[in-house]
Design a binder for this molecule. Sequence first.
Ligand code: J2J
Length: 543
Amino acid sequence: MLAGCTPWPEADAARYRAAGYWTGETLGAFLRERAERFADRPAVVGDGRRWTYADLDARVDRLATGLSRLGLDRGDRVVVQLPNIPELIELVFALFRLGALPVYALPAHRRSEIEHLCTATGAVALAVPGRHGGFDYAAMAAGIADTSPALRHVLVAGDTDAFTALDDVRAAEPDAVAFIDADPGDVAFFQLSGGTTGLPKLIPRTHDDYLYSVRASADICGLGPETVYLGALPLTHNFPMSSPGFLGVLHTGGTIVLAPDPSPATALALIEAERVTITAVVPPVALLWLDAVQSGAQSDRDLSSLQVLQVGGAKFSREAARRVRPLLGCTLQQVFGMAEGLVNYTRLDDAEDVVTGTQGRPISVDDEILVVDDQDRPVPDGTPGHLLTRGPYTIRGYYRADAHNATAFTADGFYRTGDIVRRDPAGSLVVEGRAKDQINRGGEKVAAEEIENHILAHPDVHDAAVVAMPDPFLGERVCAYVIPRAQAPAKSVLLRFLRGRGLAAYKIPDRVEFVERFPATGVGKISKRELRRAITAGLRAAQ
Ligand code: J2J
């Protein structure tokens, strides 16, 4: 396995192979096989284009050939920050065919995050749209190219003067010599962890483990050649990529329809026009869709093709969950997953109270689930505790992170998810809270320490503590408690300072509170629990 990654112990790997989970299939190869089987069927629809499986496969070969001629090679890392456009899918499969490793970034990421991804992986290339959503990614890339020594290419999906346009890379004819047979047991790409530390950790996923989760997810979600999946969330996120996501759709011969954004106006129109059967959203997006239909703003849409609405990434309230079937006329599927591995689904034939009141159960009978107290002792079913997990598609370690791995995993390889759950007698999990120092802002994860470090870089700041504050729409927002030095900076100055550091907008604190000191725990640490309580009480009093 790639240096810096933690392999599964050989006995477990052998068990997962014997059980038929790890089949030896690779991400590069499966598309070829599907292209032969489903050649003329629609694979990708988006950005004004419609590609059949044969089109997609041929484009992937030509792009892989061009990338190889540029000098991209097996094992090279490429940071992929493309929005939901067909080229995203084309590019990642081209990289798989070369044995190069995509490093998935989100469109919302900015210089700080992308620079970290480039440096931490030693990326040789970065792929961005030119301008998109009002932001000039190419200009951002120019700054990063200056500071990332290994970066040789900036690839732009669109027109560019300064860099290499993807359209110019694609070779006229494919050259099969460029393609490799990847080792299915090896790392295929890096996902980004939601993170709890100063810098986000990288998650290495293998062909074998990931494709098992994709195949099993496609099966649980009832995908097949008639499936039309709306990609409404950014497709580089683990949920719309693999649960079952665009990979699950391509694996079963279905069609991916790409939405440029998940707003009700855009997404519901696409569901109607393309006869979408399934899609995946985070809770705030689901709320917007429900409200748009209920208020009449989108009530004339014909959504009768929609069979399944997947909601995950953050807790979906039971009240909202109950509105899905009456308003959208489809089955709700709750999805509680993580880029590190474990994914739980409510099943399509579960009783309504299971679907609306739980976050589902694991994909696999070989997903080992432990719910434990603070001393790692199992708690009885029905009692909330820390969720630990180990299994055929859950990593055993982050990339090059020995010190962090020592606490993020138990000695026997269980991943400490940081989630507080309770398990009901039927084995379904209910997410009750979180023990990790993270804010879940409507599905977008913010590591408190990362933001605290940025705030601490301001010369007028003595100390900072970032916590979640409740929000009726996003579930949580980001609140920064700050102890100033002599003179507190104006809040607007501090926020501008943070934006200037090149952070994704969703990480910029929604609220800043200046205080003289932080409440302390019994052992003298900052009591974030007390800070969360204070801001919650303050917000309630202000209502
Ligand atoms: C409560 N918390 C949830 C849910 C994730 C499928 C779906 C989601 C993700 C994802 C994913 C939750 N209710 N339904 O990768 O494949 C919180 C938990 C979890 C963390 C993981 C997938 N669904 N969460 O959200 O890596 O705290 O993956 O540990 O971004 O999101 O975040 P992430």
